[in-house]
Design a protein around this ligand. Structure first.
Ligand code: PEP
Ligand code: MN
Length: 265
């Protein structure tokens, strides 16, 4: 496989411009709300990122909700608004693309296309993202194996797009005490098998706000190249995933813990 270390030994470095990288040997921190909700909310999260030296912000404008009655996102208009505010502050945008028709319209406003867990094996979407010259982060499928994640990455890479990031976000197991089971085993295994950077999402991985920090740090120590987690000014009022979202004080503490842990790794 092209994404395999057997084919390419040197770790792949993702250059997002303005000296911002997702790569082996660095610790990318990506934070932001589950859903982009309003201009005011965007500004608050951007300020939080700037204050803490975080260069990449996450947020959904097209939301894959388990219920059709739940908030589905602000759509392209929300992304444009977000891009206006974020680019001015030098912050890169990581956001989910749900279908092929969105790739082109999102293109001017996105820095990393996120493929969500539910679309992890949407092979049409992966094929089309293989033709784009922008970074793509593929999340592991809800019940996806490590091998299936690598195969999904292979779709994009073999299409010609080598700006790829893998993301462990927890898998569905028999355990119901947590939203998902964050598979920390996957990090050293993915790092050994592939030259692509690996990011951990402890928010979706455990789904419980109070335990997100320790799972984030476990992700750092397991060898990840970055952490992506959800934050919001008032998590209780978030339109989605509030139960697993950190407030800014919690987020600020986590950012310094991530950096300290990474320095000790
Ligand atoms: C998200 O990042 O908000 C999200 C929907 O993640 P996942 O696809 O991992 O469930
Ligand atoms: Mn979410």
């Amino acid at each position: 496989k092209l994404v395999s270390k057997k084919w390419k030994v040197k770790p792949t470095s993702i250059d997002l411009g303005d000296n911002i990288f997702i790569k082996d040997g660095e610790m990318a921190i990506i934070t932001g709300p589950c859903s982009i909700e309003s201009e005011e909310q965007i500004r608050k999260v951007v300020d939080h990122c700037v204050k803490n030296g975080v260069k990449m912000m996450r947020g959904g404008v097209f939301k894959p909700r388990s219920s059709p009655y739940a908030f589905r996102g602000l759509g392209l208009e929300g992304l444009k608004l977000w891009h206006d505010v974020a680019s001015e502050a030098g912050i890169k945008i990581v956001t989910e693309v749900m279908q092929t028709s969105q790739i082109e319209e999102m293109y001017p406003y996105v820095d990393v296309y996120q493929v969500g867990a539910r679309n992890s094996q949407n092979f049409n979407l992966l094929d089309e993202l293989g033709k784009v010259d922008k970074a793509v982060m593929i999340k592991r499928g809800i019940s996806g194996t490590i091998e299936e994640l690598l195969q999904s990455a292979e779709y994009v890479f073999s299409g010609g797009n080598e700006k790829l990031i893998l993301c462990e976000r927890g898998i569905r197991t028999y355990e119901k005490a947590s939203r998902n089971t964050l598979d920390l085993n996957a990090i050293p295994i993915l790092k050994a098998k592939s030259h692509l950077p690996v990011i951990v999402d402890p928010s979706h991985g455990i789904g419980i706000r109070a335990y997100v920090p320790q799972m984030a740090l476990a992700g750092v120590m397991s060898g990840a190249d970055g952490i992506i987690y959800e934050s919001h000014e008032i998590p209780e009022k978030a339109y989605s995933d509030g139960q697993q979202t950190l407030d800014f004080a919690q987020s600020e503490r986590l950012i310094s813990w991530i950096r300290e842990s990474f320095a000790m790794r």
